[in-house]
Write a protein that binds this ligand. Structure first.
Ligand code: NAI
Length: 374
């Protein structure tokens, strides 16, 4: 990286911010980072060193590379030190008022040419930008956890984000080794939205009396590394429930984002998955695939394909972008459009139509085919 490399600012040094800081510092960008909480600032360098040392122990990093990464990190005590930044990414608390107030303060410090990025998972980017002097420089750079390991970054501009800022944020983040997929400022961006049916349809099958083992084994047989219920066990049923409820509220309670009672019951029972010791399957793993594994997988993939088409119909992204995002964000063996090519449109539409016919009235619209699919 040359001396003219853009300077990256990171605000919030928790789970995400520290990892994002490491991503850019490892790529040679000067990084200025801070946190409102003094202990988070004071421990940040040591926490990053620990993460880098673990990679040295695993034989994946040299001591020289660790030292170079750490040399690019400056921990700031105040926002005034962010003046040189070309791109500032906030990874603070998930609250609109906090993010707005931070960006308002930064506007008084940064040059108008610098970009303000949010790592929000659930707040509309346009709401964070509203009322700023230069809303055209605001966009989302949504990293996945852990940012150092996950290749995907969703880039979500809002309606008036300037193209030059989109391009610069993309170039810098690609230089830091990430695959950047542009998506609209819509709830859940690509991955958190298009993943809903993976969990939801599994929960529907569960409530129809299928075993968790059968459902997950069917998806393993279809090439998925983890079944949907084991994935909920890994993420935590409480986290999954909060994400589903968030999408449901943001999408006007549409039945495609239905919160299944089976998930609420897991959380109420404290069966959160790995972190509580008991989940849908955890501590066990799925048994042999059932005889109708292919139908189970087709049902779940048909709903994934449909959700992806609904998102595509809303604009701002591409089929290839959605496929890449789902493979990188969730380790899926194929994206929904690749799954469509595998099964063929008639099989997918027949599956959706049968599900719609069997669904109770309030759930029928869950299976209505998207405009580009029907
Ligand atoms: P965290 O709670 O681990 O870290 C947040 C940090 O921000 C804390 O150290 C806190 O002291 C600091 N902070 C809070 N308000 C601040 C302010 N006004 N100014 C400066 N520092 C402040 O949270 P986490 O998990 O890192 O999440 C951060 C953001 O990233 C949130 O918007 C979250 O929705 C988003 N996100 C989280 C993901 C995850 O898996 N944890 C994945 C993708 C996005």
């Amino acid at each position: 990286m040359t001396a003219a490399a853009p300077t990256i600012g990171i605000i919030g040094l928790g789970t995400m911010g520290l990892g994002i800081a490491q991503v850019y510092a490892a790529a040679g960008f000067p990084v200025i980072a801070t946190d409102a909480h003094a202990p988070a600032r004071e421990t940040a360098r040591a926490r990053m060193a620990d993460a880098l040392n673990a990679r040295i122990t695993a034989g994946k990093l040299s001591e020289a590379a660790r030292d170079a990464t750490l040399s690019h990190l400056t921990i700031a005590e105040t926002l005034a030190e962010f003046t040189p930044c070309d791109l500032v990414i906030e990874a603070i608390v998930e609250r609109l008022d906090a993010k707005k107030s931070l960006f308002r303060s930064l506007e008084t410090i940064l040059s108008p040419a610098s970009i303000l990025a949010t790592n929000t998972s659930s707040i509309p980017v346009r709401e964070i930008a509203a009322g700023l002097a230069h809303p055209d420089r605001v966009l989302a750079l949504h990293f996945f956890n852990p940012p150092t390991a996950m290749k995907l970054v969703e880039l979500a501009p809002h309606a008036t984000t300037a193209t030059k800022h989109i391009n610069i944020a993309r170039q810098i983040t690609e230089k830091a080794g990430k695959t950047v997929i542009e998506c609209p400022d819509r709830p859940g961006f690509i991955v958190n939205r298009c993943a809903r049916p993976f969990y939801g349809e599994a929960l529907a099958l569960l409530s129809e009396g299928r075993s968790a083992s059968d459902i997950d084994a069917a998806m393993l047989a279809a090439g998925y590394r983890l079944g949907p219920l084991s994935l909920i066990d890994l993420i935590g049923a409480d986290i999954n429930l909060a994400a589903t409820r968030g999408l449901q509220a943001a999408m006007a309670n549409h039945p495609r984002y239905h919160v299944f009672p089976a998930l609420e019951a897991q959380v109420a029972a404290g069966h959160l998955g790995r972190k509580s010791g008991q989940g849908f399957l955890h501590p066990t793993t799925p048994g042999p695939a059932p005889a109708d594994a292919a139908q189970i997988a087709l049902r779940i993939e048909a709903t994934l394909i449909n959700e992806a088409h609904w998102l595509l119909s809303e604009g701002g992204t591409t089929a290839a972008g959605i496929d890449t995002a789902m493979k990188l964000g969730l380790n899926f063996p194929r994206g929904p459009f690749e799954a469509l090519a595998l099964h063929g449109r008639p099989a997918v539409l027949t599956t959706l139509s049968a599900l719609q016919a069997a669904a109770p009235q309030a759930m029928k619209d869950r299976y209505t085919p998207a405009p580009g699919l029907a």
